[in-house]
Design a protein around this ligand. Structure first.
Ligand code: GLN
Ligand code: ZN
Length: 762
């Protein structure tokens, strides 16, 4: 019989129970024992649900209080010295939370560990911090306890741990330069014995299979990292009487494929949704390994075409027999838990979707069909009908959008004049001083604004009243900016809950779930919109708000839109056409909005692209193609305006080296970026490239409540002027202000304007 397994299940709970519990624990309203009880019952429920679908062995170790990499750092005793943790004490829960957030109900606060994106997902992990002479030991028992827990419930547990090379690659430390630094490999000598101990502990517990995640095999690996693989797995393979399954995901293995196939392990998992390694190369080199194929998409929410899968899997099954395992492509961490809860989605749309629980059921049907089990036939037929209905539904296919897209090739991708000519006209029209000041868009989202929006959505506040409240807020924001003497004003975005959801709700082709939460980091979850069909803009989206804001002042008010790549990146995207086609549709809708704003007298328009860089593919070979269409979409959205209209963009990170050429190709008149925390050193990419257009390097960190000093910001701008022509520089914060309080914002912006005035005075 073909085996089903799962790489990991979302830990957060169908109703975000884990979020509520950990937050209550942090706030002191839930005891640790109560928190542990919540964790146990979530694990129990999630195991039961997987077992019911026929998944065996079951993943254990995918549960985490905050993050699975942090859990493993604690297991290994990798606790940075500032947390004052004794070298021989077990790592307790509050130490784990202090590493994650800087504080916990007990213990002395210390600077939290760094968090960064997990490969190309929207999940963030806690970066392990390693000392040059880092030692490792088994310092936390919870994983072993969870193995016992699963066994006591009658399951066959499969512990899931990060592989040693992936763990080191993802870590950082003062002694190391970047992810790929070979010096980290020297730590293997200390790390591997602990891995061997861990494996022996599992074996003693009666575990048969251990899943070792090595997703870095899907990256471009330096030679010495690739070569280390054989040595490392030789050492692990003999450690204990267990079977090791190496799991890879998020891409194919390409040049690392043969390395993976050579490893002396009992199984290998390949992502067959994102990867397309040639299985004809794999099978002859597989030896007696189990081949686990990730055939159900763990990163998206569509029901799978099981017929198509059956066709490719049937011959493999004949060849591999029970050495063929089926699984989702990656951990289900990246999809919501259970579609059944969605009581507000219409049946048609719901019939096209599949969340974590449903994905396992799809796998069960697939397995049944593959093994000739007739009882799955009705389910298989229902699936077939749903997939066919989706393919032809008029809700998805809008001929007007298709026509427009087909004609989009003929639209110019160039502004009327080059930047050097445009900027003069813009300066004349906008009457801007040297070192112009602006903000990134949002102003503080006060509890009153949030309450008004909640009441309006719940139908407790009428449209007219709601609009009145928003207008009051916009008026307040405009008045404040005039008073503090900013140069390019914004309306403050009070009407927006979220920069993607807001636009998704106003565009055709988007749907929203009620409970489709996905963990982003720790207790924070996001609920990505679902782009199910052709995207179009039935009505202008922001024009009325902006027209009103502009009517209040003689200074230019900057229109504010979310860019096509960011909308794409932060949504679940349809899988029946290339991502770039969907992105172009969004770009065309935004193009109309840009032009309508211009017609309404808005002379400065910002298109935010904070997710531009995170769309970069994992493999460098694929970058060019992505950057080409991403830039093309930005230009498609923005170029249809007069020279005098100034286009801004904003990106809130600062690693631009890989994408500087693309940024320049976007040809925004002004880009505002995050640099304040790097002392302007990260302007180097722009300096080396001799970036030609205007740039606003953020002069203060909006994530901090501290008031930035005038001198400090002046100094930063001097540093920026050392790297770039000062005529090209703007003065602005490094991101939107929506998470700050008004008191903080007022002081900070007043100082920022003072700094700009000092700079102008020379
Ligand atoms: N305009 C948005 C804001 O100011 C930009 C947010 C972002 O960059 N993530 O809130
Ligand atoms: Zn930002």
């Amino acid at each position: 019989m073909t085996r089903l397994h799962n790489l990991g299940f979302p830990r957060i709970g169908a109703r975000r129970e884990l979020k509520q519990a950990v937050e209550a624990y942090w706030a002191g309203t839930l005891q640790q024992s109560e928190l542990e009880h919540v964790g146990r019952s979530l694990r129990e429920r999630h195991w039961a649900l997987q077992a019911e679908a026929g998944v065996s062995p079951l993943p254990v170790g995918d549960f985490a209080w905050y993050d699975q990499i942090l859990e493993f750092s604690c297991l290994l005793g990798v606790v940075p010295a500032r947390f004052g943790h004794g070298d021989d004490q077990p790592v307790d829960l509050d130490t784990l939370f202090r590493m994650a957030r800087g504080r916990a109900p007990t213990g002395t606060p210390a600077a939290a560990c760094e968090m960064t994106k997990w490969f190309d997902t929207n999940y963030h992990y806690l970066v392990p911090e390693l000392a040059a002479n880092q030692s490792f030991r088994i310092a936390r028992e919870s994983l072993f306890e969870q193995v016992e827990e699963a066994k006591a419930l009658g399951h066959d547990p499969k512990p899931v741990i990060p592989g040693p090379l992936t763990y080191l690659y993802l870590s950082k430390g003062d002694a190391f330069e970047g992810a790929t630094d070979t010096a980290k490999l020297a730590l293997l000598e200390r790390l591997l014995p602990v891995y061997r101990d861990i494996l022996r502990r599992f074996a003693d517990q009666g575990v048969t299979w251990v899943q070792i995640d090595e997703p870095i095999l899907a990256l471009d690996l330096p030679d010495d990292w690739q070569r280390a693989y054989l040595r490392v797995y030789d050492s692990l393979a003999g450690a204990a009487d267990l079977k090791l399954l190496v799991a890879t995901y998020f891409e194919g293995l390409r040049d690392n494929l043969f390395t993976a196939l050579q490893l002396p392990v009992a199984g290998l998992h390949l992502d067959r949704v994102r990867g397309d390694d040639d299985l004809q190369q794999v099978l002859p080199r597989l030896g007696d390994k189990v081949l686990s194929l990730g055939v159900i998409n763990g990163r998206n929410i569509w029901r799978a075409d099981l017929d198509a899968l059956l066709e490719t899997l049937a011959p493999l099954r004949d060849q591999l027999d029970d050495r063929l395992w089926l699984a989702p492509s990656c951990s289900l961490l990246h999809v919501p838990v259970d579609l059944e809860q969605e009581d507000k989605l219409d049946d048609e749309l719901k019939g096209w979707l599949s969340f974590a629980k449903q994905k396992l059921q799809e796998l069960a049907v697939l397995r049944g069909a593959l093994d000739g089990d007739d009882s799955v036939r009705p389910a298989l037929e229902a699936q077939r009908a749903a997939v066919a209905a989706r393919a032809t539904s008029p809700r998805i296919h809008n001929p007007a959008v298709a026509d427009r897209l087909a004609g989009a090739d003929r639209l110019s991708r160039d502004r009327l004049s080059p930047f050097a000519e445009r900027i003069g006209k813009q300066q004349a029209a906008l009457k801007l001083p040297a070192y112009p000041t602006t903000t990134i868009g949002s102003f503080p989202q006060t509890p009153e604004i949030r309450a008004a929006r909640r009441d309006w959505k719940a139908g407790k506040l009428g449209d007219a009243d709601y609009h009145e409240r928003m207008k009051q807020e916009i008026t307040r924001v405009i008045r404040y900016q005039e008073q503090v003497d900013l140069d390019v004003l914004v309306h403050g975005e009070p009407e927006r809950n979220d920069m993607v959801e807001y636009f998704g709700e106003l565009l055709e082709g988007f749907a929203f779930t009620r409970f489709g939460w996905v963990q982003s980091y720790g207790s924070r979850c996001v609920k990505p919109p679902v782009i199910f069909g052709d995207v179009s803009r039935p009505h202008p989206m922001t024009v009325e708000w902006l027209r009103f804001a502009q009517s209040l002042t003689d200074k230019p008010v900057k229109g504010m839109l979310t860019g096509p790549v960011t909308i794409l990146q932060w949504s679940f995207v349809r899988d029946d056409q290339p991502r770039q086609a969907t992105c172009r549709q969004i770009a065309l809708a935004l193009r109309d909005e840009v032009q309508d704003l211009e017609k309404a007298g808005i002379a400065v328009i910002q298109i935010d692209e904070p997710a531009f860089r995170e769309g970069l593919p994992l493999r460098q070979d694929d970058w060019r193609a992505y950057l080409d269409w991403a830039v093309d979409c930005f230009r498609l959205a923005t170029v249809g305006v007069a020279d005098e209209t100034q286009i801004h963009t904003h990106m809130c990170y600062s690693e631009f080296n890989d994408i500087i050429e693309a940024i320049a190709a976007m040809d925004a008149d002004v880009i505002t970026i995050e640099t304040s925390r790097s002392n302007m050193e990260l302007l180097e990419a722009f300096q080396n490239f001799e970036y030609p257009n205007d740039i606003g390097p953020g002069v203060y960190d909006i994530h901090s409540p501290n008031e930035p000093a005038v001198d400090w910001m002046v100094d930063l701008m001097h540093k920026a002027a050392d790297r770039l022509p000062k005529e090209r520089l703007w003065v602005n914060p490094d991101c939107g202000l929506k998470t700050r309080k008004w008191e903080e914002t007022e002081g900070a912006l007043a100082n920022m304007v003072r700094a700009a005035k000092q700079l102008r005075a020379g």
